[in-house]
Design a protein around this ligand. Sequence first.
Ligand SMILES: [Zn+2]
Length: 65
Amino acid sequence: MPPLPKRKYPKARQGKRRSHLALKPAGLSRCPQCHNARLPHTACPTCGFYRRAGAIPVSRPKAAE
Ligand SMILES: [Zn+2]
């Protein structure tokens, strides 16, 4: 038989522990090229632009064709 807690934690203590577990929404920043919202440190999903240097080709262009 494994070691077990001597008594159960009260719901108040469980709630106090879980009060720090909530996830925050990811912050959004603006693409300097097309000014659409994108996640920070990622290539822009709209235009494929990343930090002036290079652009990644967008696999499925929405406006074109
Ligand atoms: Zn962009």
